[in-house]
Design a protein around this ligand. Structure first.
Ligand code: PEP
Ligand code: MG
Length: 401
């Protein structure tokens, strides 16, 4: 009954105003799923290839749709995703585009869930999922590739680690976002927002640490549970391969200095999470930092691992990082994302399911995080395309999806 009978692909707008791919999947019994691909700005070198949406759609219509329609059951996600790989024929989705692949993969999963009459997280994760919820990491101040003339560190992330419920956690992050705005106003630092809805003031990282630390402690006092914070350094964007240094507006650090700088920040601010503190090719430096502070914080590989099991195996072998960021569009299918999460879990690495800086209203990642029991989800704090995921988590908790 879940035989795929139709797939439609179209260009829609993402949150940056760029086109992206949306897929509709219809099944024999009338099951329907719709999903859209997100898009990165600080993309990792080793990600699956995102093609211009018009080209990705044309290629997927020619190569993937005929292999799926009338051939594959939407309820069997591994078959759907295997057909996408065969249709593409490369190891990085450079023919049909990871944007077409991930939109079809996620839409098929939703169609499979629709036929079952089950919420997506349950179709993907089984009937015993839905009691544990990820801690949302909310981007409250940011710069890097996501905003011009703002902080060097790409993301300062509120982490409501003591929240008694996902709803409390989501509202705590929004409150930290608001407290940051108050503090910026008190310092006469009006500013706009970056791509993910975080404040993007023209200040140095040192001042951003002061402000976020203060905002977090104000909200912690208000709500009465523990709120910490973390970072996405996006180290590959700061790294200059020629000089072998990390280039900040006010400093230049070699790799040893970068490791010490990050380790000091972890200790000074009790950071619970540090993503991509180092360059995406430097497993050894990741391993050194993990040795130094990996027992106190999560050292997460985003550009380092790109949701890719081969790269994760290398990281596990070398002791690099202790968690992995999971972005389905980095690897192209839900099956590949699941495999990365399972491999991570088996090896004691935490998974952090993540949005991209360019997003849509698609809320699949909320279900993916619950389905896989991921301890964290990174999906912003405010803004419609971010709240789409956060509100879906609240609905899942309320049994209302
Ligand atoms: C969400 C991120 O940004 P982008 O989507 O631009 O890679 C990130 O780097 O973790
Ligand atoms: Mg990142």
């Amino acid at each position: 009954m879940t035989l795929i009978t139709d797939i439609r692909l179209r260009r829609i707008l993402d949150s940056r105003g760029n086109p992206t791919v949306e897929a509709d999947v219809v099944t024999e019994s009338g099951g329907f799923g719709r999903a859209a691909a997100p898009s990165g700005a600080s993309t990792g070198e080793y990600e699956a290839v995102e093609r211009p949406p018009s080209e990705a759609i044309a290629a997927a219509r020619e190569r993937a749709v005929p292999r799926l329609v009338g051939e594959v059951y939407a309820g069997n996600q591994r078959d759907v995703d295997a057909a996408l790989h065969v249709a593409d024929g490369t190891d990085d989705f450079s023919e049909i585009g990871a944007n077409s692949a991930v939109a079809i993969s996620m839409a098929a999963a939703k169609a499979g869930a629709d036929v079952l009459g089950a919420p997506l997280f349950q179709h993907l994760g089984g009937t015993f999922r839905g009691d544990n919820f990820p801690i949302p990491l909310g981007n409250v101040v940011g710069g890097g590739e996501h905003a011009a003339d703002a902080t060097d560190i790409q993301e300062f992330l509120a982490a409501p680690v003591g929240a008694p419920s996902v709803e409390d956690a989501v509202f705590a992050n929004a409150a930290v976002h608001e407290a940051v705005a108050d503090l910026l106003e008190e310092r006469d630092l009006p500013c706009g927002k970056g791509d993910e809805g975080a404040w993007a003031p023209s200040i140095d990282d040192g001042e951003a640490f002061e402000i976020v630390d203060e905002a977090v402690s104000r909200v912690r006092d208000e709500v009465g549970f523990e709120i910490a914070f973390g970072l996405d350094v996006a180290g590959a964007e700061l790294y200059d391969a020629e000089s072998g240094t990390y280039e900040y507006s006010d400093a230049s650090r070699d790799t040893a200095e970068q490791i010490e700088y990050i380790a000091d920040l972890v200790r000074e601010y009790d950071l619970v999470y540090v993503e991509d503190p180092l360059d995406e090719d430097d497993y050894d430096a990741f391993a050194d930092l993990t040795d130094e502070v990996g027992d106190q914080t999560l050292i997460c590989g985003d550009d380092l691992f790109v949701t890719n099991t081969d790269r994760l195996v290398e990281g596990i072998d070398r002791g690099a990082a202790n968690s992995i960021l999971i972005k389905p569009n980095q690897i192209g299918t839900l099956t590949d994302a699941f495999d990365a999460i399972e491999l991570a879990t088996k090896n004691g690495y935490d998974s952090v399911v993540s949005h991209r800086s360019g997003e849509t209203e698609d809320a699949t990642i909320a279900h993916l995080a619950v389905a896989t029991d991921a301890p964290y989800i990174k999906t912003g704090a405010v803004g419609g395309e971010r709240t789409a995921k956060l509100n879906e988590l609240i609905r899942i908790a309320d049994d209302a999806t």
